[in-house]
Design a protein around this ligand. Structure first.
Ligand code: UMA
Length: 435
């Protein structure tokens, strides 16, 4: 794409918008910026009213909801080319690009794949939804490098140019319905990662009902926790690729069934790049999962404490319950509802030790649980719920923060929520209350 002298508007001035500006500027474009909250980077021209101007290209940040957005509709109606920040970064990436998406597990798989490539001596860039915009790494890539990109639905929504050489879908369950309007639309957007290059290799989770149903091509590799005829699968407590043993399950340091799926996915990507089995095995064995994903924090009064603050949807919470088991489980649910019905959790008939609801969605979850015969407890905030749970913790309990909601009613992000949880459970209670 020749951008020299072209008028380009970047919409949304978060970290991806800012790095898109730099990439465009470095490639000779005349960059203007717009942000609904009036944030702007001082050395680019900030537009007060971009509808009044004509642009050759508009680059949109992932956080901007496309449905119902008047500015984006205006550009589309007037025939202006509109692309995503993901598209822009991809166009300038050299070498191979791996795209990893899914409702849950993206960050874990992206990190593990990145580690495997690095240990194999490849020039590796781990980027995307994980926190580093693809537009910020593109200029440093070359024909030998590998870009491992965590791809969110937000990034895919406006994307048409992103064509990963290897595309992986981990799982699909209802999420971000508030953004996409329906589960069907969420699936349609997720599938866009498969509209890839001619020689795109596709890696899919055989065990996920929704992913398994996706149309496959000749180059599709499936991974599974069960025995398959070919692909990446588990047999006799080993991860196999066809007939080759790759990793013994006993060496996987990550906890739970979902993490086994994550490791299978990462092994599948590594195998697609012909990485040596001993490198894959060593990397898996020494891998440390990113925090707030069913992380074991320690004990209080003999109760085990688990931080799964990253569980911001129902399927993630259900998988945490499945991994820990219902016996002695003190489940902490709540935050900001993303348009979910909570019936899915309670209709399973789990026999929880305690059910704790909190935050903006607390009353709704409380009412739903009560409808199914539970006797939940309701707290206005997660902090107040944590103080109660800590004060009453007893031996044999498994205290699990797996909220099935976004964090934004009380915290800046799921990671802040997880840190506060840890602080209250293990830190100086008085200090936390004063702050
Ligand atoms: N803005 C508008 N109009 C809007 C919405 C936002 O102008 O309607 C502006 C805001 O005022 C703000 C800017 O856009 O100035 C924020 O941009 P952004 O929301 O695109 O956020 P970035 O800082 O660029 O971060 C984005 C991703 N954020 C989102 O998708 C919401 C980050 O994922 C990602 O790590 C980063 O790019 C680098 O690629 C975060 C995320 O929450 C972690 N992702 C969601 C998730 O994981 O569930 C999808």
């Amino acid at each position: 794409m020749n951008l020299r002298g072209k008028n380009v508007l970047v919409y949304g001035m978060g970290i991806s918008g800012q790095s898109a500006c730099r990439l465009l500027h470095d490639n000779g474009a005349c960059v203007s910026t717009y942000d609904d909250e009036n944030r702007f980077v001082s050395y680019f021209a900030h537009e007060a009213n971009p509808m009044m101007k004509k642009y050759d290209l508009v680059v949109v940040s992932p956080g901007i909801k496309v449905l119902g957005n008047q500015l984006i509709s205006h550009f589309m109606i007037t025939g202006t080319k509109v692309i995503s920040e993901l598209d822009l970064g991809y166009i300038f990436c050299k070498g191979s690009v791996v795209g990893i998406t899914g409702t849950n597990g993206k960050t874990t798989v992206t990190s593990l794949v990145g580690e495997i490539f690095k240990n194999a001596g490849r020039k590796t860039f781990v980027c995307g939804n994980i926190g580093l915009p693809i537009t910020s790494v593109a200029k440093d890539t070359d024909e030998h490098s590998v870009v491992v990109c965590e791809v969110s639905n937000f990034q895919l929504e406006l994307s048409n140019l992103f064509k990963a050489d290897v595309a992986c879908i981990l799982n699909i369950a209802p999420d971000h319905i508030d953004r996409h309007g329906s589960f069907e639309e969420y699936i349609r957007v997720k599938r866009k990662i498969l509209t890839g290059a001619r020689n795109q290799k596709v890696i899919l989770n055989f065990d996920d009902e929704m992913v398994n149903k996706l149309q496959i091509n000749k180059k599709t590799t499936f991974f599974s926790k069960k025995l398959l005829n070919k692909g990446i699968f588990v047999k006799n407590n080993y991860i196999y690729q066809n007939k080759n043993k790759i990793v013994p399950l006993s060496e996987i340091p990550l906890f739970g069934e979902k993490n086994l799926e994550n490791v299978l996915a990462a092994v599948s990507v590594a195998v697609a790049f012909k990485i040596r089995p001993n490198i894959i095995r060593q990397t898996v064995a020494s891998f440390k999962a990113p925090p707030h994903r069913l992380s074991y924090l320690g004990q209080i009064n003999g109760a085990d404490i688990f931080d799964d603050s990253k569980a911001t949807n129902i399927s993630s919470t259900l998988s945490a319950i499945g991994s820990l088991g219902e016996r002695g489980l003190v489940l902490m649910l709540g935050g900001l509802n993303k348009d979910f019905e909570f019936d899915e959790i309670f209709k399973q008939g789990y026999d929880f030790e305690k059910l704790i609801c909190f935050g903006q969605a607390g009353q709704e979850i409380f009412d739903c649980a009560t409808k199914f015969g539970y006797q939940p407890m309701l707290f206005p905030t997660m902090k107040s719920a944590c103080h109660y749970v800590r004060a009453t913790a007893k031996a044999g309990e498994k205290i699990l923060l797996s909220p099935a909601c976004a964090s934004f009613d009380e915290f800046a992000s799921y990671s802040v929520r997880g840190e506060v949880f840890k602080e209250i459970m293990f830190g100086e209670i008085e200090q936390i209350e004063m702050s």
